[in-house]
Design a protein around this ligand. Structure first.
Ligand SMILES: *[C@@H]1O[C@H](CO)[C@@H](O)[C@H](O)[C@H]1NC(C)=O
Length: 177
């Protein structure tokens, strides 16, 4: 009896060691399989409107609406160990107080390689406002498309797939009244 248990124990230890080695090999091999796809990102228009946030804070708050189009072939990011891609578009600028902002305004999950050659015209999904409440003295912002590759095994990898060629200025706030 004792020897059967001991043998099962040994076999399962061997199997789990082999499994760990296999998973490790997959993680390491896909780590060395690095693709760095580059696409194009354009901001076609930005509008700034004064919003009324007085209900929450005692001041007006500007809201920016960004129309963009982006094209990028991200299919090289799909390998044997890619579960899905998380894409996000962010606005990067340094405000006059010297604080660097990186605001995510849109995102998307791509689950299949067939959907990874993207060509999208869109508008920010998430509210885009400035902590100082106004975009008036905010310098032009760069917009970037970044990705996280979520693997089946191993660690997340990050990259940047596209960036606006020139920083884009915020227009003056339009009063709707
Ligand atoms: C975005 O759209 C404009 C106007 O339709 C076009 O000229 C430009 O090439 C597009 N850019 C990208 C990255 O798709």
């Amino acid at each position: 009896m004792h020897s059967i248990y001991a043998r099962i124990n040994n076999i399962s230890a061997l199997l789990s060691t082999s499994l760990m080695c296999l998973l490790g090999a997959i993680a390491v091999s896909s780590y060395f399989f690095t693709a760095d796809p580059k696409g194009l990102l354009d901001v076609s228009s930005i509008q700034v409107f004064p919003g009324n946030a007085r209900r929450y804070v005692n001041k007006n708050q500007d809201f920016a609406f960004v129309n963009f189009n982006v094209s990028a072939d991200l299919t090289p990011l799909f390998n044997w160990n890619t579960k899905q891609l998380f894409l996000y578009l962010s606005a990067e600028y340094t405000n006059p107080q010297g604080i660097r902002n990186d605001v995510v305004i849109w995102d998307k999950i791509v689950r299949r390689k067939e959907d990874a050659n993207i060509d999208i015209a869109g508008r920010n999904k998430y509210v885009f406002r400035e902590p100082s409440s106004s975009f008036k003295n905010i310098p032009p912002a760069h917009y970037t498309l970044k990705y996280n590759v979520m693997p089946y095994v191993g660690v997340l990898t990050y990259g940047e797939a596209a960036r606006t060629k020139e920083p884009v200025a915020f227009p003056e706030s339009r009063d709707l009244s």
